[in-house]
Ligand binder design. Structure first.
Ligand code: BG6
Length: 464
């Protein structure tokens, strides 16, 4: 019978800026996420405390985490992905000393997980960095930020080495190409050359964090994190097929550097052809050799690629500029649902890297209806997750080494792209709405018991 390994990590994934709130509490500094209250593609605004932004309170995980973790434990989670807000530890990024109150918060959080035998999977940087590093240094465009990040990484490895064994460096590192402020702290009108230079600094920082983790947490494992943006050719025209190869390399390049330890030739050619004279030193090349232990990624959808400019123009504006696939249905937010694509992606990544894989985000953002009796019948979410997990199991049968599955947003949280609460992902409903109203009370959706059963049976309850 097809099965998930007994060691499989089952759980959910969150990010500090989308759940914690308490955005200026206990000495926390402003982050790039705080100054983008309208989401990762939104404008940067001058913040006045309390003036706007659902993320300021988010779902108040900062204060309610013990109850939320108890609910995750009730579902049987043995893993929870969280991120550390860099600004809780170094509020300005370049502070002389770390902020003890911030460090103490994550001690409490990891202790609470340990009480419930939940393994933390911790992202060092999930779509945020200290705003002061952007204002005073120019974000990742400045080589000095590598050192600030390395110090932050070493600080948290030292502090939590007894509690956290699974780490990730930068969330969806390839998103910088589409959302430069969110990814690398650069203005949205930055040139491609500037963005790639900042990305280079971030790739070096990621590799230095891998090295530091291996030194400080030798029994730990550290992975990268890619937005798994698998693209299909819209037709079998050789031009479409070749353009698809190039588009896929657009995100695979990040994994190639992080897993293989050097820039691939196709990328060096791309820089040459476009006249991008990146500063890549010998010390950088040496640093990049520290390769990740495993590859983690998010997966929500696939898209198509065409060499036909007229069709491309029509598709402009959606996330990653994908051309819609006529064979797939879409979510309410236009994300095309493709469970089989997950099996393809797992096989592609396994063939390419031969390193363990970890699905650290997958889920359905949808509007949920609370019935008069308080129940929430999210069969659409159950069906989405069921179908993706079935394909993940098929990939394991194909020989892919898969470490685990943490579904995105096990509890409703503030969405990243547009900072909405009406786009819900959770097994747990949170009573908070786009206009900021709501009691923040938690309640279980139908999917709560469904996921509990999936975990309890190690996937045997899935419907193939
Ligand atoms: C990923 C991010 O892009 O997708 C998450 O890592 C994000 O932070 C998730 O929340 C879903 O996107 P959205 O915009 O629906 O929240």
């Amino acid at each position: 019978m097809k099965a998930f390994p007994q060691t499989f990590y089952w759980g959910g994934a969150t990010a500090a800026n989308q759940v914690e709130g308490a955005f200026l509490e206990d000495g926390k500094g402003l982050s790039t996420s705080d100054v983008q209250p309208h989401g990762v593609f939104g404008d940067v605004v001058d913040r006045v405390p309390g003036d706007a932004g659902l993320k300021d309170i988010a779902i108040d995980f900062y204060h309610r985490y013990p109850d939320d973790i108890a609910l995750f434990a009730e579902m049987g989670f043995n893993c929870l992905r969280v991120s550390i807000a860099w600004t809780r530890i170094f509020p300005n990024g370049d502070d002389a000393e770390p902020n003890e109150a911030g460090l103490a918060f994550y001690d409490r959080l990891f202790d609470e997980m340990a009480k419930h035998h939940i393994t933390p999977l911790v992202t060092l940087s999930h779509y945020e960095m200290p705003w002061a590093l952007v204002k005073n240094y120019g974000g990742w465009g400045n080589r000095k930020v590598i050192g600030f990040f390395e110090r932050y990484a070493r600080t948290v490895f030292e502090r939590y080495k007894g509690k956290v064994k699974l780490w990730l460096t930068f969330n969806e590192i390839n998103m910088s190409l589409h959302a430069p402020m969110t990814g690398v702290g650069l203005p949205s009108d930055s040139s491609k050359a500037e963005v790639y230079q900042a990305i280079h600094h971030q790739l070096v920082a990621s590799a230095l964090a891998v090295k530091a983790c291996h030194e400080i947490v030798p029994e730990g494992k550290i992975g990268n994190m890619l937005l798994g943006g698998l693209m299909y050719p819209l037709s079998c025209k050789p031009e479409d097929v070749f353009k698809t190869l190039q588009e896929n390399r657009g995100w695979q390049f990040f994994g190639d550097v992080q897993a293989r330890g050097a820039y691939p030739g196709y990328m060096l050619r791309y820089f040459r052809d476009n006249g991008f004279a990146l500063e890549i030193t010998d010390a950088d090349r040496e640093a990049l050799k520290s390769s990740v232990d495993f590859i983690s990624f998010s997966y929500y959808m696939t898209g198509c690629v065409t060499a036909d400019e007229a069709l491309n123009q029509k598709a402009r504006g959606n996330i990653l500029n994908m051309v819609p696939n006529p064979h797939l249905e879409s979510s309410e937010w236009g994300w095309q649902i493709d469970p089989l694509g997950l099996r393809t992606l797992l096989n592609v990544l396994w063939d390419r890297y031969q390193k363990p894989l970890f699905i650290v985000e997958n889920g359905l953002g949808a509007k949920d209806k609370v019935e008069a009796d308080g129940s929430i019948n999210d069969d659409y979410r159950i069906s989405y997750l069921n179908d993706h997990l079935v394909q993940a199991r098929e990939a394991i049968e194909d020989g892919v080494e898969l470490m685990g599955f943490t579904s995105w947003g096990p509890i409703d949280l503030v969405s990243a792209s547009k900072a909405e609460l009406s786009k819900r992902y959770g097994f747990i409903y949170v009573d908070r709405h786009d206009d900021g109203t709501g009691t923040l009370a938690r309640s279980k959706k139908k999917s709560f018991d469904w996921y509990k059963e999936v975990i309890a049976t190690n996937g045997a309850s899935l419907k193939a």
